[in-house]
Design a protein around this ligand. Structure first.
Ligand code: GDP
Length: 364
């Protein structure tokens, strides 16, 4: 699955957002360092296609269960100015952040005199720079040690070490210029063992009060400019509103959003942008037994998608029956779709598309 790590300075709204995610509803405390324990919460990936398909495959009283995919959010505590110098950026922090696929960087864009800001003023670009600097410094110190080791191994004639060393030195140069590792291009793949943080894509989460959910304030505008220059995405949310939404039944939540003038909850947007940022798509398996979503990388083939369901299905893959989800809804089921000639037979080279329904034919 996909895991997104939530980072940001203290008091920007991380816990508020995270509580909305877990629906834990624990009270967000109004002082810095309130978030101590890293935590994991799961959010369903919203997908209206699954509901429509569940109706198609309902037989009498039997409604097939919907099994969505999930995104994991990891609350990564402990980032403050100077953290990488040993004021708090501990091993736990590094272990947590190294595990995630992408980073959601929460930035305070709301004004509220009652909520202390760690630097005593709301300045999102300064906050972003503080966090980014800490992450770059963390990568620098980790990579410097690794490069020293690689130098020794390379001298001993280790060929792989020599190749990794070349990439490592190029990355050190980029980090040394105060840039994240993802800003550079390297001859050769960046080894996973480097454990770098700044290679991961970042989504900036601009946390606003409900008064700025529809129209941006200046803080949000500045974040958008900064992110655009970096090629990063911005999701504007109100962590407080997300918390309220998390407590409501779905239809009530929809009406509440409508009254606020927005179509989609911030969390849903964040999940979608996370998908886009990482180049992920959804395919579906569908029938009277269940309607189920699966996450794969854009560009993966039918056998690779089958492997997501079960490794045996990839090994024993013969061919796949594939149909677009909306065609299935229109046809009203497999039998109807087949009689209309809408179910295609695809082979091993077929590249999956978002919203494909697949039935794997295999020899297992
Ligand atoms: P964290 O330290 O980043 O985890 O921040 P918290 O989630 O604990 O939030 C710090 C304080 O800011 C809490 O008192 C929240 O209620 C408050 N807060 C969070 N989001 C908003 C918002 O959108 N508007 C306002 N006015 N306060 C917020």
């Amino acid at each position: 699955g996909l895991a997104i790590g939530i980072v940001g300075l203290p008091n920007v709204g991380k816990s508020t957002l995270f509580n909305a995610i877990t629906r834990a509803g624990a009270l967000a405390a109004n002082y810095p360092f309130a978030t101590i324990e890293p935590n994991v919460g799961r959010v369903m990936v919203p997908d209206e296609r699954l509901g429509a398909l569940s109706q198609v495959f309902t037989k009498g009283e039997r409604v097939p269960p919907i099994i969505p995919t999930f995104v994991e959010f990891v609350d990564i505590a402990g980032l403050v100015r100077g953290a990488s110098q040993g004021e708090g950026l501990g091993n736990q922090f590094l272990a947590n952040i190294r595990e995630v696929d992408a980073i959601a960087h929460v930035v305070r864009c709301f004004e509220d005199g009652n909520v202390i800001h760690v630097a005593n003023r709301v300045d999102p670009l300064d906050d972003i720079e503080t966090i980014n600097t800490e992450l770059i410094l963390a990568d620098l110190s980790g990579l410097e040690k690794r490069v020293q080791n690689l130098q020794k191994k390379a001298k001993g004639g280790d060929r792989e070490a020599r190749e990794q060393l070349a990439v490592g030195e190029q990355i050190l140069k980029v980090l040394g210029e105060g840039k994240p590792a993802r800003a550079g291009t390297y001859e050769g793949a960046v080894p996973r063992e480097f454990g770098l943080i700044t290679t991961k894509p970042v989504i900036y989460v601009a946390n606003v009060g409900e008064d700025h959910l529809t129209e941006d304030n200046d803080h949000v505008r500045r974040v958008r400019e900064f992110a655009a220059a970096e090629g990063a995405q911005v999701v504007k949310i109100s962590a407080q509103i997300e918390g309220e939404l998390a407590e409501m039944p779905e239809d009530e939540a929809r009406a509440f959003l409508h009254d606020l003038g927005v179509e989609e909850s911030g969390l849903d947007q964040l999940v979608k942008v996370g998908y886009q940022t990482l180049g992920l798509i959804t395919f579906i398996t569908s029938g009277e037994k269940e309607v189920r979503a699966w996450t794969i990388h854009d560009g993966e083939t039918a056998p690779e998608a089958a492997g997501e369901i079960h490794s045996d299905l990839q090994r024993g893959f013969i061919r796949a029956e594939v149909i677009e989800w909306n065609k299935m809804v229109e046809a009203g089921g497999w039998a109807g779709a087949k009689s209309k000639g809408w179910v295609r037979t695809e082979g091993k080279d077929y590249v999956m598309k978002d919203g494909d329904i697949m039935n794997v034919l295999h020899n297992m």
